[in-house]
Design a protein around this ligand. Structure first.
Ligand code: 4NP
Length: 154
């Protein structure tokens, strides 16, 4: 697949993966990289919902409006639509591997595999914690997005 299309996947698609999508869109725009971006959840709990208010406020601190994003559940057809799918944590990666169609050519990995020194690690779920956890999430997904854009722009 020559067209770049990148999907970020967490559990609920209201905290981590919307922030990853936003960070990637911002970094790609900065680098002049043409790529489609989206995010989804392995669960269906928050389909059709806006991101968590704490995620919306965190992105807004960096000048990015994600209030129009809406949750959706990942599905096997995403392996046809996307050249790259990144799981935010190990459980999401397992869920994706379970639904991946045989013979798909999508590059599937953990998001933090992109970050030197963090291979195999998960982006912690900030859902259960305080708002400052979302700032850590933002920093992690931004670091990964920069590494991805650098790689894709080569
Ligand atoms: P996310 O966080 O996977 O980063 O969007 C969560 C959001 C909702 C739930 C769990 C995690 N939930 O259990 O509803």
């Amino acid at each position: 697949m020559s067209d770049l299309a990148v999907l970020f996947v967490c559990l609920g698609n209201i905290c981590r993966s919307p922030l990853a999508e936003a960070a990637f869109r911002a970094e790609a725009a900065r680098a002049g990289l043409a790529a489609t971006a989206d995010s989804a959840g392995t669960a269906n709990y928050h389909v059709g919902e806006a991101p968590d208010p704490r995620a919306i406020r965190t992105a807004a601190r960096f000048g990015i409006d994600i209030s129009g994003y809406r949750g959706r559940q990942v599905n096997p057809r995403d392996f046809k639509r996307f050249s790259h799918i990144f799981a935010l944590d190990e459980a999401n990666l397992s869920g994706l591997q379970r639904i991946a169609p045989a013979g798909h050519t999508t590059r599937l990995s953990l998001l933090l595999d992109l970050v030197p020194g963090r291979k195999g690690q998960s982006v912690a779920d900030p859902w259960y914690g305080q708002e400052d956890g979302f700032l850590i999430t933002w920093e992690e997904v931004t670091t990964a997005a920069r590494a991805l854009v650098a790689e894709l722009a080569r």
